[in-house]
Design a binder for this molecule. Structure first.
Ligand code: ACO
Length: 326
């Protein structure tokens, strides 16, 4: 059985940013409300012509450039996204855009848990010896799907992409993981398809519809996150024989600063070890963890040998944790 290592990271943003102050001219809100309730100051929003493919491909190129590999070396691309350019999948377009000619590519949908689920999925292929070099991308353009008239959700989300390259090696640096789903709570957070009946021919009615906009029960999601995330992190640490204090960095899905603070408090982790960049990006869904990881790697804060606990949580509901050594 091969081990898994993490050999490079990358991220990408679209150019346009939308500050809280700008948003307060769109809906009835204020910088004060958004900052104090969420910790978000601004988010990136994609213009027409900026696609999930272009953003994910840029993050992927940056991640590969951080290694000694070329796109041709990549065996598998897992694209975690809930906002594809094409419902049939966007991973193959990313494959073409970066010239990863040998890679097989597919999308993985698990909302804000997508990146953690993607890393775990990639690890299975590496550990079985099937693939050597795997690119895992988390990318989302939630600005396409927010209701810009709904102040309870539109202030939260932003666009972005992040990626890591994972590689087979002797010593396994994925120290543990846990994944969870609870579909009974699905109604808390949705980007659901709604359809109208379309009569086709005698006795046959089909449907035609669309995905409307993100809907969320914020309080339920908050309660879910602050109870389930510490629990799954504690379990992952326990199975790896580690204590919270052994962790150099905690990278949570960047949903809300209050969630980060509550989880850190439960784990008794000092705030200096909790990665937070939501002030600059908002909640970028599947992209939030790899963007944060990449920013901390590029600024030299995360260094080789550091132990990182990651936890994603969101729609599904889904949640999970992965413990790794960088
Ligand atoms: N600006 C000003 N006022 C607002 C805004 C806004 N943008 N949004 C809501 N309000 C108002 C509400 O209408 C309400 O007013 P009322 O008391 O007159 O009815 C008041 O503010 C309080 O609203 P609450 O919803 O109770 O506010 P709360 O303190 O719960 O904060 C928040 C809302 C920030 C969404 C919080 O519930 C939260 O963080 N939940 C977690 C949500 C989250 O992180 N979701 C994403 C995670 S999963 C994923 O990433 C896909």
């Amino acid at each position: 059985v091969a081990g898994v290592s993490f050999i490079g990271s990358g991220s990408a943003q679209v150019e346009t940013t939308l500050s809280n102050e700008m948003l307060s001219r769109v809906v009835d809100t204020s910088d004060e409300w958004i900052s104090t309730r969420t910790g978000i100051s601004r988010r990136h929003v994609a213009n027409v012509g900026e696609s999930l493919t272009t953003l994910a491909a840029q993050a992927a190129k940056n991640a590969i450039a951080a290694t000694n590999l070329t796109p041709d070396d990549i065996d598998l691309i897992v694209l975690a996204t809930s906002t594809p350019d094409d419902l049939f999948g966007t991973a193959c377009q990313v494959q073409a855009a970066i010239g990863a000619t040998r890679a097989v590519a597919f999308d993985l949908t698990a909302a804000c848990s997508g990146f953690v689920f993607g890393v775990v999925t990639a690890a299975q292929f590496i550990r079985t010896g099937t693939y050597q070099n795997v690119l895992v991308i988390g990318a989302d353009l939630l600005s396409r799907w927010v209701d810009w008239e709904d102040r309870t959700t539109c202030v939260l989300f932003g666009d972005g992409a992040g990626a890591v390259v994972m590689q087979a090696c002797d010593r396994d640096r994925l120290l543990g993981f846990e994944m969870r789903s609870d579909g009974t709570m699905n109604g808390c957070l949705n980007l659901a398809y709604t359809a109208n009946a379309v009569p086709l021919t005698n006795g046959v009615t089909t449907q035609k519809g669309t995905f409307t906009a993100i809907t969320m029960n914020g309080r339920e999601v908050y309660r879910f996150a602050v109870s389930r995330v510490p629990e799954v992190l504690e379990k992952t640490l326990f199975h790896a024989g580690l204590a919270a204090n052994d962790i150099d960095w905690l990278i949570l899905h960047q949903a809300n600063q209050r969630i980060l603070d509550a989880v850190a408090k439960r784990l008794k982790l000092p705030n200096e070890r909790v990665v937070s960049n939501m002030a600059k990006h908002g909640n970028t869904s599947a992209a939030s963890i790899p963007i944060a990881l990449d920013e901390w790697v590029r600024t030299g804060q995360i260094q080789a040998g550091h132990k990182i606990a990651m936890s994603g949580f969101g729609a599904g509901l889904t949640w999970g944790a992965a413990l790794l050594e960088w």
